[in-house]
Design a protein around this ligand. Sequence first.
Ligand code: ZN
Ligand code: ZN
Length: 321
Amino acid sequence: MAIDDEIHFVAGTPIGPAGSWDYSAVTAMSLRSVPEIFLGDQQSILRGDQYRLWLRWFFEGLVSPLAIARNAALERLDVYAVVLKRIELLYPMVDSPRRRDLTEKITDHIFAEVERIRLSVARDFADKATKLALLAERTPPRCYICGFAFSKGAQDAFLRVKGREAVRLPKLVDVFRPRLLDRDISIEIEHVVPVAAGGHGLDNLRLACGWCNKHKSSKVSLYEASHVPPKIPGFHVGAHQIHELPHPFWTIRILALRGQCRHSAGCDRTAKTAELFISLLDWQGSPNPMNLTVFCQEHDPIAADRFHAASKVAELWGERR
Ligand SMILES: [Zn+2]
Ligand SMILES: [Zn+2]
C-alpha cells in the first residue's frame, strides 16, 4: 500500500532536536526520499529552491560576491581567476578547455550577483521615456509580482512630476502584506535578467511595487526565510486566530512563481489583470510555503477580513510607520 512508505518515513525521521544533532541520524535521513504527497501543490518550487540554495552556497563558497562588489577595482576576470584555481583543484584529471568552460559558467552566475549588488545601490536608473513605456504596458500599471495597481500619486512620483501631491498611504492594509511605508506602494524597476548576464532592453525591465522588490532583495530560495512571530498574540483574521505570519519572501516567491489565482474551480486572473493575495490552505496549520496559496480578490476566502487599519498591521508586524 502506498501509505506504508509514509508511515515508515514519518516513524523513522526525527525532526526534533535529538536527531538533528546526531550525524548518523542526519545521514540516514538524507538517504531517503520524502513522500511526494507531503510536498503538496508547491512541490516543484520546494525542490527547485533547495537546489538553488545549494548552488548559491557553492558559488559563494568559491568567491564572496559581496567582497567583490565592495571593491570597485575588481572585475569579472578577477572572479574567473579565483574560480579557475578551485576548479583545477576539484578536477585535476579533466582537460583544460572543459575546466575553463565550467569556470566560465560559474563566473557568469557569481558576477551577475556582483552586478546586482552594485546596481541595487542605484535603483532608479531608467530615463523618462523608458518609464513611460513601462507604465503604458497595461492599464492600470501593476506590480508584475503581486498585481498591485499603482496609484496616480505613485506614478507621478515615479516620473518625478513637478508639483505633484504627496503619495497617500492606504488606511486599510492586508495583514499578510504590510505595506506601511511610502516605498511599499511606490514603483520600482527591476531587471529580469541581470545586466552582467546579458539582460538588456525594455523586455528585460519590469515594474514592481516597493514592498515586493524590497523583500525579493537578494534571496533566491524559500529556505532563506522563516516564519515571523506576530507581535500581537491571538490576532484574528476573520474567524481565524493567527499565531505566525508568513515571511514576506515566501509570500512574494509563491505569488511571483504562481502568478495566477489557484481557485479550485479554475480562474484565469493573473498579476497582469488583478491583484493577487496570499492565503492559507489550512488555517489550523502554520503559514509556511507548503501551506500558502494564491487567490484573486473574488476567490479570496478572507477577502472581507484581511484588511485592517494600518496602525494595527504595523503593530502586528512590529514595524514602524
Ligand atoms: Zn508587488
Ligand atoms: Zn480567482
